[in-house]
Design a binder for this molecule. Sequence first.
Ligand code: DQA
Length: 144
Amino acid sequence: MKILVISGPNLNLLGTREPHIYGTTTLAEIERDLAVVGAELGVQVECRQSNHEGAIIDMIQGAKGSVDGIVINAGAYSHTSLAIRDALAAVAIPYAEVHLSNIFAREPQRRHSTLAAGARALLCGFGAPGYTLALRGLVAALRA
Ligand code: DQA
């Protein structure tokens, strides 16, 4: 089984970016944890990050046929991008949406996700550990 983990805009700055909201764990540390949990679960985990909407869409389209599940934190695009939702719908790969912060407890414009309705699950508010929790949950759901 192969899981693609996609991180969107500004998540490359984790560690120093608004640490009171997103914590001090870097994306590299999160991706190391994902590799460890992937090995424990016996799944292949590929992690990618982009600040560009079209690049994220290309990653999703490119996953068709080789990826069994997607964990995605699309950052601010989660609130705005019908194009990313359309790409996820087009490839029909089950996905879990993850956010470090509890988007429903933040400003009104962050309380809606364009991706949520199509997601197998949504996990938010656990900070960096949310990524590995989402990975564990998605793999369990795919194996059920
Ligand atoms: C985020 C929440 C978004 O509102 C924000 O734009 C991000 C990070 C999160 O992980 O909490 O970039 O997706």
